[in-house]
Design a protein around this ligand. Structure first.
Ligand code: MG
Length: 307
């Protein structure tokens, strides 16, 4: 517990990772307002969108229009607004609208990568090295996602050797932060310990962000375990938006409200205001028919308000 951080950074991924896995297609205006409300809550990193082909993910098809809107709204907040970029075409589109930080992605599993991006791990790095080279020459910050860190729907448990190798290669590409994704939510505290024992013995713990999904209700206990290793960056989505197209019944990202409640109770600073965060979630859900908040904390606090 000696490394328990006093302050943590929450990386809000609702507008990208959350919405891209939701079936309702939202207007650019609604997405921009959602991001504005998230910024108002005090979040200092909000992943806005993905510069991916519209045919692949229609929800993200307006990235080149949305980003300039968000940039204007962010002028008074000065938050980091990373955007996902799958390839050099996406990167060019991102550069054209002034994106300063990109997120790149791969996985520890060849089969998962093959289904997701039609490439092996090595094949993904061929693409990523081109993207990263252009990003570095444009002085862009690079964040990296690693999927299937705690298990893969096709290959089962991840080998720590493979994970370490993938992380090393991402560091070599210039990634300043690496988000360790529990893509199908199968992580549990012993596995988190195993992964962090290995990675924190080889790399600075500040390099890592944890990206948990709450499929089996393990996200918060996994976050708690990560805090014990001194990890101080966590990805989450407001209202628990999202899902996983590769795992039947998998829930979305851990809800930001739930993480925030845990951090608040532990006396860890986040700079985020719960009431305003809940308003952002309420706003986006009001535009999504048949969708309710996946956040337990949201449900508890809003019931308290009405009863
Ligand atoms: Mg996710």
């Amino acid at each position: 517990m000696s490394d328990f951080p006093r302050r943590v950074k929450i990386v809000e991924v609702g507008p990208r990772d959350g919405l891209q896995n939701e079936s309702s297609i939202l207007s650019t205006e609604v997405k921009a307002r959602y991001i504005e409300l998230l910024l108002q809550s005090g979040l200092k990193t909000v992943e806005a969108t993905s510069f991916v082909r519209k045919e692949k993910i229609p929800q993200m098809g307006d990235a080149s229009i949305l980003y300039p809107e968000v940039k204007k709204l962010n002028a008074k907040y000065g938050a980091a607004i990373p955007c996902l970029v799958p390839n050099t075409i996406g990167l060019e589109n991102a550069i054209n609208v002034g994106v300063k930080e990109i997120a790149i992605f791969t996985a520890t599993s060849n089969q998962f990568n093959q289904k997701n991006i039609n490439a092996t791990i090595d094949g993904s790095f061929e693409r990523l090295s081109k993207v990263a080279a252009v990003a570095r020459s444009n002085k862009m910050k690079i964040r990296a996602y690693v999927s299937t860190v705690f298990g893969c729907p096709y290959e089962g448990e991840t080998s720590l050797e493979t994970l370490e190798e993938v992380v090393t290669r991402l560091v070599d590409l210039g990634a300043y932060e690496i988000s360790l994704g529990d893509t199908i939510g199968v992580g549990h505290p012993l596995l988190v310990r195993k992964v962090l024992e290995r990675l924190c013995s080889k790399f600075d713990k500040k390099l890592f962000a944890m990206h948990f999904h709450d499929t089996y209700g393990m996200a918060l206990v996994n976050a708690m375990t990560s805090l014990e290793y001194g990890i101080s960056t966590f990805d989450s989505s407001s209202a628990g938006l999202g899902g996983c197209p590769y795992a039947q019944g998998a829930t979305g990202n851990v809800a930001t409200e739930d993480l925030l409640y845990l951090f608040d109770k532990l006396g860890i600073e986040t700079g985020v205001d719960m009431t305003k965060l809940m308003q952002a979630g309420e706003y986006i859900l009001s535009h999504m028919p048949n969708r309710t908040s996946a956040s337990r904390v949201y449900q508890a606090l809003s019931n308290k308000k009405t009863n």
